[in-house]
Write a protein that binds this ligand. Structure first.
Ligand code: ADP
Ligand code: MG
Length: 470
């Protein structure tokens, strides 16, 4: 495609429909490819659709990615585009023009196509200058919707951002996937940097920290490593459950931790479970994690999900009527990331078909998702329902703790997961904190045998089954 053609993309309608075509294709790929592959290769692509829809150009950030996409995905993408559009389409791959890479990514907040985590994963050329702190400027307190599910965590984070090093140090935030932990961390970083632009802030995912330690080890650059970490004013370290079994990393982190606290620098951590529920992390580190403030983020309740949908639609330049937001929020319950996925589908569907957002449109756009949900109950939902019922923490469903008061509800949840979902034993084990399938099998057998004997248990299971089946 020539420049002229690119510029010649005249009418708004053609643009919107072109975008819709690509979005629809992306949605399909998201369904078909493993998440990791999708996030790495497909999601970062930027597409231009020619006015007559005969040609789609995909812009890729570097040569390596371009070759890989050509080899692995171009045939599939072409076939999909043709299927969606119903006519032959030519696919071209091109490198992202230099000047548009150098510009800060204006579309970050509006297109919102990067999750908090991936944003940190962008190759260096896509991160704007000076962003060595790895803070994603698109994730702020302003666009983090508040609700009872995250109120405590949010309030603590705001406090830390306003007066770091004073109270709640370290701040330990835990909760399930897609609930906004990473977003909250970046928000802390952004707020501190806007108050004190010179502050030394670093956001880092625990896995990246592990690889930094390994590199320092191999290159014998521990002094630089220490200089870098120990001089920070604010360290935001995400998903510390990844430190499990990494002894050397834990030791280095312990050192950094002590050094930072001693100079009243602030540390914010996240994890999928609370400190004492973290398996394979040294006791001395666990007790440090718990020595400031530990707060949970829960899955958002209905009204909060509605607010998130309406806000995110607005950020994308669309208006989602309240009744539609309620309809979607009632049907997409597990986490915010899924809510965003549903919203993306609806917006794409509306753009591609040039139709306003209505309940019917949402129903059509989410057809696949809704039919799956109607048939299936999710394991996450089972874990939450059972945890609520037995008054334990959802995090205990994946923790390695064994007291009977926790182990038994966990076995009950495993049993229900086997009974009410299509998941295999290994899949269930995976969703319960990476347990072996034999553990799940044992739980299933045990609970079903006991169910025959114990009236009380049988009754409880009935209540749970009814609740889950809605
Ligand atoms: P986690 O780190 O807990 O897995 P993320 O922080 O990556 O979750 O959040 C997943 C997505 O949901 C992100 O795009 C984030 O911006 C969004 N999100 C989560 N919670 C909220 C919220 N309360 N308001 C607005 N967006 C949210
Ligand atoms: Mg995260």
């Amino acid at each position: 495609m020539t420049e002229g053609q690119l510029k010649g993309q005249g009418s708004l309608a053609a643009n919107a429909a072109g975008e819709g075509l690509w979005q629809t294709c992306v949605e399909q790929l998201a369904q078909e490819l493993p998440e990791q592959q999708f996030n790495t290769w497909i999601k970062p692509l930027v597409a231009k659709v020619s006015e007559d829809f005969s040609c789609v150009t995909l812009f890729v950030v570097n040569r390596f990615k371009l070759d890989w996409i050509r080899a692995q995905y171009s045939a599939k993408i072409t076939a999909l585009l043709e299927k969606i559009y119903g006519q032959a389409i030519k696919l071209e791959l091109a490198l992202t023009p230099r000047e548009s890479m150098d510009r800060p990514r204006v579309d970050r907040s509006s297109a919102n196509s990067f999750t908090a985590e991936e944003a940190t994963d962008l190759s260096p050329e896509r991160v704007s200058e000076g962003a060595k702190n790895r803070i994603n400027t698109a994730l702020t307190f302003d666009n983090l919707v508040e609700g009872s599910a995250n109120r405590m965590a949010r309030a603590a984070a705001v406090h830390v951002a306003s007066s770091p090093g004073v109270l709640y140090n370290p701040l330990f935030i835990y909760g399930g996937v897609g609930l906004g932990k990473t977003h909250l961390m970046h928000a802390v970083g952004n707020k501190l940097l806007s108050d004190r632009p010179k502050a030394k802030v670093l956001y880092i995912h625990a896995e990246q920290f592990v690889s930094d330690v390994v590199k320092a080890y191999q290159r014998k650059t521990f002094d630089e490593f220490k200089d870098r970490y120990h001089s920070l004013d604010l360290l935001l370290i995400d998903d510390v459950q990844f430190f499990a079994n990494k002894d050397r990393t834990q030791e280095e982190f312990f050192n950094a931790f002590e050094a930072l606290l001693a100079k009243k620098s602030h540390i914010v951590m996240t994890s999928d479970t609370y400190p004492k529920g973290l398996p394979d992390i040294h006791e001395r580190l666990v007790s440090r994690f718990d020595s400031g403030l530990t707060v949970a983020i829960e899955p958002p309740e209905l009204e909060m999900r509605v607010a998130i949908l309406i806000n995110k639609a607005l950020a994308e330049g669309s208006v989602m009527p309240e009744e539609v937001a309620f309809f979607v929020a009632k049907n997409v319950r597990s986490n915010v990331r899924e809510l965003e996925g549903a919203l993306r589908k609806i917006l794409a569907y509306s753009r591609f078909n040039l139709k306003d957002i209505s309940i019917q449109l949402a129903r059509d756009a989410l057809r696949d998702l809704l039919s799956i949900q109607n048939r299936q109950i999710s394991v996450e939902n089972i874990q939450k329902t059972v945890a609520d019922y037995y008054k334990i923490k959802v995090a205990d469903m994946y923790s390695k703790k064994r007291p009977a008061s926790i182990a038994r509800p966990r076995q009950i949840a495993m049993y229900l997961a086997k009974e009410l979902t299509q998941k295999s034993l290994p899949e269930i084990g995976e969703l319960f904190g990476g347990r072996d399938h034999t553990t799940v099998l044992h739980a299933v057998r045990k609970i079903s045998a006991e169910r025959q004997q114990l009236t009380e248990l049988n009754q409880q299971l009935h209540v749970l089954e009814q609740t889950l089946k809605g």
